[in-house]
Design a protein around this ligand. Structure first.
Ligand code: ADP
Ligand code: MG
Length: 129
């Protein structure tokens, strides 16, 4: 990705429900049309940036994964955003606004759920900086 912010604004869809349940790291999923319309210079990987909640005007840091989640062998590419904020409720169907600011690392596979979780926690710490 070049040094430009890339904005995504769309409704939050239901995914496989794995983020919260298995990893304790919920990831809000964008619908397929957002994934299909990514510019070709946005490569697969993990990115950091900001999320703006329209309702409250609050801005939070976030990490976003663009790819196939090799650990889960997904067949379809996805864009999943974890926001560094504790929300009182889920926000399925609401509009999520993200500004992707920079690249953290390529997507990779992990041999255990524990190593996947610690990689994501490392991404979150990097994104906060
Ligand atoms: P799904 O597979 O449906 O995406 P997850 O287990 O990944 O399920 O949970 C994601 C959902 O959790 C989001 O769609 C959103 O409604 C909710 N959520 C609550 N807190 C957060 C957060 N901090 N970051 C991202 N999503 C969150
Ligand atoms: Mg998710």
């Amino acid at each position: 990705m070049k040094n430009l912010l890339y904005f995504c604004r769309c409704k939050v869809m239901r995914g496989f429900g794995r983020g919260s349940k298995q990893l304790s790291i919920p990831t809000a999923n964008f619908p397929e049309q957002v994934v299909d319309n990514l510019p070709s210079d946005v490569s697969i990987g993990i990115y950091y940036g900001l999320e703006a909640s329209v309702g409250t005007g609050e801005v939070h840091k976030m990490v976003v994964s663009i790819g196939w989640n090799p650990y889960y062998k997904n067949m379809k590419k996805s864009i999943e955003t974890h926001i560094m904020h504790t929300f009182k409720e889920d926000f399925y169907g609401e509009i999520l606004n993200v500004a992707i600011a920079g690249y953290l690392r390529p997507e990779k596979n992990f041999d255990s759920l524990e190593s996947l979780i610690s990689a994501i926690q490392g991404d979150i710490e990097e994104a906060k900086k």
